[in-house]
Design a protein around this ligand. Structure first.
Ligand code: NAP
Length: 345
């Protein structure tokens, strides 16, 4: 099975290392030989080699062009058409306010008849129904396990682990940076000190506004609501409050009341509609959402069949995100599709 990697940053590089490590398991257990036939980046070049790119060499290279064979390829769109691959693995940059340019890349890849696996929340938050129906028409997989909780099997649980179930409410702590910030503040660290620490560790971005203002959490609850509750939300539909205004006093007051302040993402049904909200909430200690520390994440599904099912993922990294990509590829190669299990989607 040939793969085209669109984007070769932290996640795609971790994915390349995982492919090298799991080669034997994939072949022995699944009869799968995964070969990367192309890699495209924004400013580190593009390489296509139909006989397979040497991943060790790609990981060591600063510019990828030296690994290219054949005619020059102008840009990422041309790469999608030129790279001989059944799968496009999309890990480019996300603009959380528009979902672009990733949404266009995913649409193009599906139009070209490629299965798509992405770690990018944009296409799912902004164009889930359209892209899913395009994939279904062409009997292609469009999977995105890594978009929520960094590779933990959250979306495949919705897709395959909960048949004949109506999800009535989803609640979660889904953003690593803000959870780590709030945990630090419980220990007496100021917001600014904690942010500096997390930036030094590479957890918080240089511009932390996507996390702090609640955009990342918003996009993730939209993904979960659209997939799990058959909603048709966009990030703009979510009632969003970040943690920028949270004071040490407020964190302390929650602790004194035996609670913990968490940035809670929530989607629920109300008057026949799905609504969603992101806001700092004082969570009682007996609620599983209160227990996640640092960069860990948690989600609880409330359903008509199971009153509450909680998944926790501890200490996510680009390696766990890369695992979500691999799990999606294996599931797609085994013939899994959204339409098989939830026809109404
Ligand atoms: N980091 C995580 O653990 C994590 C977790 C969950 C989801 N994600 C999502 O996964 C995606 C990748 O994350 P990352 O941490 O790997 O990001 P990253 O290190 O910034 O890498 C992004 C890659 O995409 C390339 N790129 C950007 N725009 C492009 C374009 N128009 N055409 C082709 N390539 C383009 C970049 O090229 P250059 O190398 O030339 O800059 C780079 O190789 C993001 O959407 C992120 O939200 C990441």
């Amino acid at each position: 099975v040939n793969l085209a990697l669109l984007g070769f940053g932290n996640v795609a590089r971790a994915f390349a290392r995982l492919l090298l490590r799991k080669q034997e398991t994939l072949l022995n257990d699944y009869g799968l030989e995964l070969r990367v036939t192309g890699i495209a980046t924004h400013s580190h070049g593009i390489a296509i080699d139909s006989s397979g790119i040497d991943l060790e060499a790609a990981l060591a290279a600063d510019m990828l062009d030296a690994l290219h064979t054949g005619d020059p390829v102008e840009d990422s769109k041309a790469f999608l058409a030129a790279c001989p691959a059944q799968f496009v693995i999309e890990t480019t940059w996300l603009d959380p306010r528009t979902g672009q340019p990733a949404t266009d890349y995913v649409r193009r890849a599906l139009q070209l008849g490629r299965h798509v696996v992405t770690a990018n929340k944009g296409p799912v938050a902004f164009a889930y129904r359209e892209l899913k129906s395009l994939a279904a028409q062409k009997d292609l997989a469009f999977f995105f396990e890594s978009t929520v909780m960094d590779g933990g099997p959250v979306l495949s649980t919705l897709r395959e682990g909960l048949p004949a179930t109506d999800i009535t409410r989803i609640r979660g702590v889904l953003n690593s940076t803000t959870n780590a910030l709030l945990c630090d503040m419980e220990g007496g660290t100021t917001f600014a000190e904690s942010l500096r620490r997390l930036q030094e560790l590479g957890i918080a971005e240089a511009d932390p506004s996507n996390d702090v203002d609640g955009w990342d959490s918003t996009v993730k609850i939209v993904v979960l609501a659209n997939v799990g509750m058959n909603a048709d939300l966009r990030p703009q539909d979510v009632d969003r409050t970040g943690i920028g205004q949270v004071t040490p006093d407020r964190v302390r007051a929650a602790q004194e009341a035996g609670k913990r302040l968490k940035l809670i993402c929530e989607a629920w049904r109300e008057d026949g509609e799905v609504k969603a909200k992101v806001a700092p909430v004082e969570v009682p200690r007996e609620d599983p959402l209160s227990i996640v520390e640092g960069t860990s994440g948690v989600v609880t599904f409330h359903a008509d069949t199971l009153p509450a099912l909680t998944l926790i993922e501890s200490d996510p990294t680009p390696d766990t995100t890369a695992y979500g990509l691999l799990a999606d590829i294996i599931n797609a190669a085994r013939g899994r599709r959204w339409s098989m299990v939830r026809r109404r989607f």
